[in-house]
Ligand binder design. Structure first.
Ligand SMILES: [Zn+2]
Length: 155
């Protein structure tokens, strides 16, 4: 688990470099739990009402060892681990990129725009080339959708 995943499970909000959440170990009316992460991927948890880290971790259904990246990770693996996204975050990103793609394609149909590829356009002179910035964004969105789908479904 990284700080982002734990904060996500607690409906936490970003606060500087970390997150602020309601503490699951006591009846918390205003968020008093701070969650952050060190450079090596260790999750730091502090309840300002004084709950122990052990009690917070067990309230989350986790163990103390879940706050540390696996000890046999090298530096590169630690960095990857820190950047691990939850499924919900991946779906949100996928949804966003698909909407971007949809808007660009819809715009293309409305304005009779086509690929910037010259050979395509030679055969269809009634079409205008799609504006450069849309074209670049479309390629970026397609790449992101592919990557996120890969993370989600292993394709
Ligand atoms: Zn607490």
């Amino acid at each position: 688990m990284n700080a982002e995943q734990i904060a996500y499970n607690l409906n936490g909000k970003r606060n500087g470099k970390g997150y602020i959440c309601k503490c699951p170990a006591h009846s918390d009316s205003s968020p008093s739990l701070s969650i952050s992460e060190t450079d090596d991927g260790t999750v730091l948890i502090k309840c300002f009402a004084g709950c122990s880290t052990e009690s917070i971790v067990s309230s989350l259904g986790l163990e103390m060892k879940d706050l540390f990246p696996p000890s046999d990770f090298n530096q590169y693996q630690r960095k990857e681990y820190k950047q691990t996204k939850t499924k919900a975050q991946l779906f949100k990103a996928l949804y966003h990129e698909l909407i971007v793609l949809l808007l660009i394609v819809d715009n293309r149909v409305t304005h009779k725009e086509l690929s910037r590829n010259k050979n395509y356009r030679a055969a269809r002179p009634e079409f205008k080339p799609i504006p450069e910035e849309f074209w670049e964004r479309e390629i970026l969105a397609a790449k992101r959708v592919k990557r996120i789908a890969g993370d989600l479904y292993g394709v």
